[in-house]
Design a protein around this ligand. Structure first.
Ligand code: TRP
Ligand code: SF4
Length: 405
């Protein structure tokens, strides 16, 4: 990776430690991360503090959950050579930024986040009228902004949190983005681009700020994107100087919507622990086979001689994930003519799931037998994340007038 990575190329995402993962996580989130890690500068973390926002009264399981989840990530193919993998609480900078952002965040913004009321309703047995629970989307904002991440892969349910992050960043930049020596610093940064580019930049800036020429603004931004030799801070200054808005200290991230997992649960609903319809990445082959063999099929197909309708059968949804066209037409034909039995029909899915899980489970064993290695991976990831986080925080403290040097 280039040492000057623009924030547009930085990806950050986190997961609450829920312990062992299942095929829904694999097909929904992890495969997406594994693809992204080769395309972007990725930061993936275990959101252990977030677990406290709802499980503050039962913290006993968090530790084991953190390690199990980390092992499952690694076994699934999240690669510490390509992405930084770490634990949130090992990067305490998240907490300081959260505190600083809490000073500028209106209560109403947090009260209006849809998950606030929803979750309180859903988890009625818990007292979630806590300070931490209300502030949890802002903690998430700090998670994102501390790395100045440009892209945040999340599911539909988390988009509102990225949205509030954008608002918080905008407010922060508006309040603190006007350094007294902004112009001088921006002009110094312009020079660093070289004579030719500096001249072009000045021209484009003039055309936009004096004539409102949007094409010039776009060209100017592209020019900045293509600069390899300026620091992130200078780049942000130059973005702000170009459009006259002042300096962007915390860039606004974009949600990168994770396509909904097509992986159904054993009952055809979304695969989820709370529905008790999962296949865990660590389920033994026997268990997997048993779960699939006993999963429901088209309820109209009572006897082997009854024809069925794949559209009414959760097994058919699994064929959409695992089977090629030949197998799918075999199912369609065999089911609707009662030519095959449901167990025959399930067999290719059983084979495919076992094939998919085999290498993952081999790696689970490898990593579980070498906890020192897992600890090292997370320690190194946390250190690498910290150095990025510290740089942001230094600047945040400085613009807020809190650097006593
Ligand atoms: N809130 C997310 C969830 O419950 C997890 C999370 C915490 C997260 N911080 C994040 C996701 C930052 C993306 C970016 O799933
Ligand atoms: Fe479902 Fe296959 Fe049985 Fe048809 S044959 S009902 S698709 S399991």
């Amino acid at each position: 990776m280039n040492s000057v990575v623009s924030s547009h190329q930085r990806v950050l995402s986190g997961m609450r430690p829920t312990g062992r993962l299942h095929l829904g996580h694999y097909h929904g989130v992890l495969k997406n991360w594994i693809k992204l890690q080769h395309e972007y500068d990725c930061f993936f973390f275990v959101a252990d503090w977030h677990a406290l926002t709802t499980s503050y009264d039962n913290t006993a399981g968090i530790n084991a959950s953190v390690w199990e989840m980390a092992v499952d990530w690694l076994a699934a193919g999240v690669n510490p050579g390509a992405a930084k993998i770490f634990i949130q609480s090992r990067v305490p900078e998240h907490a300081e930024l959260h505190l600083l952002l809490s000073m500028i965040t209106p209560l109403g913004w947090l009260e209006r986040v849809p998950t606030y009321k929803d979750q309180q309703e859903k988890l009625k047995e818990k007292d979630l009228a806590t300070y931490g629970f209300l502030g949890y989307p802002l903690l998430q904002s700090a998670d994102i902004l501390i790395y100045r991440a440009g892209l945040v892969p999340v599911g539909e349910d988390q988009v509102a949190h990225v949205e509030i992050t954008r608002e918080v960043a905008r407010r922060f930049n508006h309040l603190y983005g006007r350094e007294p020596d902004f112009e001088a610093k921006a002009e110094a940064a312009v020079k660093k681009m070289g004579k030719k580019n500096a001249k072009l930049y000045h021209e484009l800036r003039k055309r936009y700020t004096e004539q409102g020429d949007h094409e010039a603004l776009a060209t100017g931004r592209a020019l900045l994107e293509s600069q390899q030799n300026i620091t992130l801070a200078d780049r942000e200054r130059l973005f702000g100087y170009l459009d006259g808005a002042g300096r962007t200290i915390l860039p606004e991230p974009q949600a990168l919507l994770t396509p909904a997992s097509k992986m159904p649960g054993l009952d055809g609903q979304k695969m989820s622990k709370s529905y008790n319809n999962t296949i865990a990445l660590r389920d033994e082959p026997k268990q997997v086979e048993q779960k699939l063999r006993t999963m429901p099929t088209d309820p109209a197909r009572v006897r082997r001689s009854d024809a069925g309708d794949p559209a009414k059968c959760p097994v058919w949804q699994l064929h959409q994930v695992y089977s090629d066209d030949t197998v799918k037409s075999w199912v369609m034909e065999g089911c609707t003519s009662a030519g095959i039995g449901c167990l025959d029909c399930k067999q290719p899915v059983v084979d495919a799931v076992l094939n998919e899980l085999r290498p993952i489970q081999e790696r689970v064993v490898e990593f579980s037998n070498d906890p020192e290695r897992v600890r090292n991976i997370l320690a190194e990831g946390s250190e690498a994340a910290r150095s990025v986080a510290r740089a942001t925080l230094d600047e945040v403290r400085q613009v807020m007038g809190l650097s006593y040097r």
